[in-house]
Each structure stands twice: as C-alpha cells, then as structure tokens.
Design a binder for this molecule. Sequence first.
Ligand SMILES: [Zn+2]
Ligand SMILES: [Zn+2]
Ligand SMILES: [Zn+2]
Ligand SMILES: [Zn+2]
Ligand SMILES: [Zn+2]
Length: 387
Amino acid sequence: MDIVTENHFFSHGSDQRSTPGQREDCHLCQIRAFKTHRSLPITIVNHTGDGAVLPPKFRFTEQSILRDGVTPAANEFRYGCNCEDEESCMYAGCGCLDEVAGSDSEPDDVASDEPDEEDLEILQWAASTQERPSWANQRRSRPGSIDDAVVPRTGYDTDARSRKKKRFAYHSRGAKAGLLRGSMLNNSRAPIYECHDGCLCSKDGCPNRIVERGRQVPLQIFRTEDRRGWGVKTMRPLKRGQFVDCYFGEVITADEAERRRHHASMAQRKDVYLFALDKFTDPTSRDPRLRGPPLEVDGEFTSGPTRFINHSCEPNLRIFARVGDLADKHIHDLALFAVKDIEKGEELTFDYVDGQEEIENNARDAALQVEMTKCLCGSKKCRGYLW
Ligand SMILES: [Zn+2]
Ligand SMILES: [Zn+2]
Ligand SMILES: [Zn+2]
Ligand SMILES: [Zn+2]
Ligand SMILES: [Zn+2]
C-alpha cells in the first residue's frame, strides 16, 4: 500500500484523526465523493513499483469550473426546445437541433466508410421527399456512392425541411440505441447538439441527452510500464459510438491560458492539458463571444479521470464538441466517444491534435522535428512527434 492509500484508509475515516484540509487533498477522498462512486467507481492503481502517486496539487472534479471572465449566457437568453413528447427530440423541429444542418459544412464531415442502417433510412427518406440530408452533401462527387443510387440529382424540395427527418446524432433503437451514428463517427467534425436543463422534454426519457447524463463506465487510472506516465483503462467493454466521459477542467480566457503557458515549467508540456473551445469560433460571428480568441479548458490541476488518458496517433476515442444550450456555444463540452469496439481492461487513448492538419504535417517535417515533442504512443501509425 502506498503512502496516499495508507493515509486515506487509516486516517481519513470518521475518527477525525486528520484535518479537513488533508482530506480535501486526498485523491481517494475526492473520487469517493463522486455521485456515481458506488455504481461506476474510478480506481487508481500503480503496479509498476516506481512508487509514483498522482500530482499532489491535482484535484478531481465531476464538472468543469468557470474561472474569472468566463460566464454562461444570462437566463433571458437561454434556449431550450418545447418538445412535449420524447420522440420529437430526434427530429427536425426540435429547437435543440435547429443548427444541425448548417453546422457540418467542413469537407471531411462525411468520410468514406459506409453509412449504417439508420443513415440509410434517412437517405431513403430523403429520396422519397426529394431532399438530401445535409451530411450527405459531400458525397456527390464520389461515383457509385450510396446517395447517387437513391437521391435524385435535381429538384430538391427545400420546403421539405420542416418535415420529419431524424436529425439527432444517435441511434434511437435496438442494440445500438444511444450510440453515435456512423455518419458522426466516420471522421465527422460536426458538433453534437443535445437537449438540456432548459428543455421541456423529460430528463430521463429524452433520447438526446447522452452526454448530459454523464459517464456510465467505471474507469481505472493506472501507471503505465513504458514511460508514458499515467493512463486510463475501461473496466467495461465499450461499443463503437459509446460515450465515455467529458474532458473537464478549469474554463479560462485565452489571456489566462497564455499566462499559464508562460508560467509553466515547460510550455510544450502545458499544451497537453489545454484544449481550446474553438468549435464555433468565427471572426465574423454576430455573437461577440464566438469571435475569438476562444476560451480554453485547463485540466492540469482540476479535472476528471479523462485528464489521465494518453495520446495515441491511432486512438480508440475521439473528442466531439457537444452543445446543450445554444446560447452557451462558447463553453461547449469536450465529449469523448469510442470510435471502435474496446475490450474490458484496454487502455483508452485519443489523438491530442486530432483534426489539426498543420500540426500533423509539421510532425512529419524533419526540419521542424528538432523542436517538437516526441510521441511515445508506440502505435503502427505513429507520426513520431506531437507538436
Ligand atoms: Zn482520503
Ligand atoms: Zn429532448
Ligand atoms: Zn426537443
Ligand atoms: Zn431540447
Ligand atoms: Zn504517436
């Protein structure tokens, strides 16, 4: 038993031998205070014999903390849907899905993989109403792709928009219910729009509240054997498309992030923990909070178990921007989903520079590599360098 575990078990009990401060600093006390501790525990193990413990200043949290200068939308600008039955929250017409069509215009939103069953249903629906779902627009130039077969090339009825069309990001039924659909998983950079506190639909019944319901998987933080520090394993098998947890932390302004980078002992190391909330950043936006520079999430000192997930150039998770209230796009969530089936006990990884092509290209440039951080992921597709 290491010193931390010992202190926890022998002096943090109800006999009050330790001060409240000591208990507040104790990682085991922190994770045992999680609402889901009994059903979905986080465990911490180090079987390497190196005696390492988690950074003493680190604090576990179950949600992000907004720091100075970061404010959620005022109540009068909150925006939720008025769906009275749960079914409605899957379709166009649900106010929470209003922005789905316009938001996924990036070129690689629809990748080469085949659409899955539910995607096909939507395409068939589109064919029958002469409308093309927004995410299928990119397929046009690909000869022989599925929509060439079923969607007529001309005569789209744009007035059909308000008619019933499944628009939310998840499967709605069968074994895949609650999993992200193929069109989202296949390299999509599209954000996920979900229902939330401000909606009229029911919190338990609405099918579009997967991230809002939080982590449903017990995780283990473990010491790796190969110089990669700590890592995270899933203690249950995960299916492709399954939500794991959010990357929580302190939400800070761009200025504060810059200050923290500057004060970090190694600026490049600090980048491991900072994630920009830039999914909706647009210098021409009418919303001043979206014009940039974007807010950032710092998970170094305060975060959940996902803060210990390692990078891989060939990862099994991917981060999606998830929005609840449309008025709070500037503080969108960073939601981690499995992009492949994952076995119980397997290490979880995601690509820290996913989608940042410039950085990915730099990593392959010999002239720039001298200044870059080496990647230790060890995967077959390793780029060799991080940033
Ligand atoms: Zn304790
Ligand atoms: Zn809903
Ligand atoms: Zn709704
Ligand atoms: Zn809603
Ligand atoms: Zn790598």
